[in-house]
Design a protein around this ligand. Structure first.
Ligand code: CTP
Length: 409
């Protein structure tokens, strides 16, 4: 996970939303980051340093001139060690200072002394956010490379509805992870991932589906985002939360999924077909709900198109550069997967035994074997789907470099 072992400076400025930064601090620590919190004096009017200190297990820095144990000046040492600085909430006042380089407290001084990526999460009343001065300051900061997340719209502390809310913790975490990963192993690549089990309608209220949860595809999209790729997730799943920072294209049927994949094919560098695509669909979709009529009902099914076959047939221009498939098998895992690798002209296939009760369909974990052309199979142990996704994507990054050279990071 990208936050493991990272040094994050969390700047908290004096807005009513500053209590929400406590949750962010907690989630960052849980994800393995070491967090140094800098509060501005104004923040102390709203909350005390105690929750931050307790959660981060480190002293909270407030005053630029406080006496330090070491000879390091706080702003210099924090500025140097930070892998990323996030300010949440960022008030209009702090944004204005940062825009012009005013360094009159520990936080602004630290930002000015640091080359670390900067994520800003503004929060203020809507009038302040909409003021041309604030918008201009934010535009300047964005131009210089700061990542601005939010503010969100909704009910504000003033009682008014409008834009000015600090975005929620998951969105802050997604922005941090995406920013940390922007020079990662897949930086600069367009990655398309398909996910979920397609649903083939039978009548207006019924469909033929399968037991795929979509989790493997969603984990791949999230992990690819964290490795710097621009990601599109073509999903036939309706229940999972969208992955922040990833373009979501919703589809239902195999035909819609095929269309979505082929429409993007020429711009796709890496295609990962994690979806469980129906091989058959009802030959006829009834206009009205099918009534029970006693006795048996026989459904006529027809073949769907094989999306990977269609991709292989149109890949004469070399796009996508790398195509990856999954093989969900109940028997002869490796032989079947090897046969699919060849037949579907894949560069890599992830084979999983879907009869396992501790992994695969519906589970949070997966156990896969990776097969690439001309290489020995790599058997991965049981691990979370996110970890499996990371391993598959690292293998993809290696294949890319072997074939197309180093990526510009
Ligand atoms: N796939 C596809 N189009 C289909 C069916 C499957 O592109 N109509 C893709 C899946 O997304 C997966 C790979 O092909 O990446 C293998 O899918 P799988 O269901 O294991 O294989 P099938 O080709 O359907 O073969 P079978 O069902 O006979 O095992």
């Amino acid at each position: 996970m990208i936050l493991e072992g990272k040094s994050i400076v969390l700047g908290v400025t004096g807005g009513i939303a500053c209590y929400k930064a406590v949750d962010l601090c907690s989630k960052l620590v849980q994800a393995g980051a070491s967090v140094d919190v800098i509060m501005t004096e104004a923040t102390l009017e709203f909350i005390t340093p105690l929750p931050f200190q307790t959660l981060s297990r480190r002293p909270v820095c407030i005053d630029m001139f406080q006496l330090l144990d070491s000879m390091d000046m706080a702003h210099i040492s924090l500025a140097k060690k930070a892998d990323l600085i996030i300010i949440a909430p960022a008030t209009a006042n702090t944004l204005a200072k940062l825009a012009v380089g005013i360094a009159d407290n520990l936080l602004t001084t630290t930002v000015l002394s640091s080359m670390a990526p900067l994520v800003l999460a503004p929060a203020m009343d809507a009038e302040m956010w909409e003021h041309p001065t604030t918008l201009e300051n934010v535009a300047r900061l964005t131009e210089r490379g700061a990542v601005v997340v939010g503010p969100g719209a909704g009910r504000l502390a003033s009682g008014r509805m409008g834009r000015g809310r600090l975005v929620d913790t998951p969105e802050l975490l997604a922005a941090i992870r995406q920013t940390l990963g922007r020079h990662g192993a897949l930086a600069g690549l367009e990655v398309v991932v398909t996910a979920g089990g397609t649903q083939e309608p039978l009548d207006p209220v019924r469909h033929l589906g399968n037991r795929s949860s979509g989790r493997m595809g969603y984990a791949l999209a999230e992990a690819a985002r964290d490795m710097g790729a621009r990601v599109t997730l073509i999903s036939a799943n309706v229940s999972l939360e969208p992955v922040l920072g990833v373009e979501l294209v919703r589809v239902e049927t195999a035909a819609q999924m095929q269309q979505a994949v082929l429409e993007r094919r020429a711009e796709t560098d890496v295609l990962v077909m994690a979806a469980a695509v129906a091989d058959y669909r009802p030959a006829q979709r009834a206009e009205q709900k099918i009534k029970k009529i006693g006795g048996e009902l026989t459904l006529a099914l027809e073949r769907t198109e094989d999306i990977l076959d269609a991709v292989a047939a149109s890949r004469t221009d070399g796009r996508p550069g790398i195509v990856v498939g999954f093989a969900a098998e109940t028997e002869n895992l490796l032989a079947n997967a090897q046969e699919k690798l060849e037949r579907k002209q894949l560069d890599l296939i992830a084979a999983n035994d879907v009869t396992a009760t501790d992994a695969g369909f519906g589970s949070l974990d997966n156990r896969v074997t990776l097969l690439a052309r001309g290489a020995e199979p790599v058997e991965l142990p049981l691990m979370s789907k996110f970890e499996v996704a990371e391993r598959i994507l690292l293998q993809i990054a290696r294949l890319w470099e072997e074939r197309y050279g180093k990526l510009p990071r």
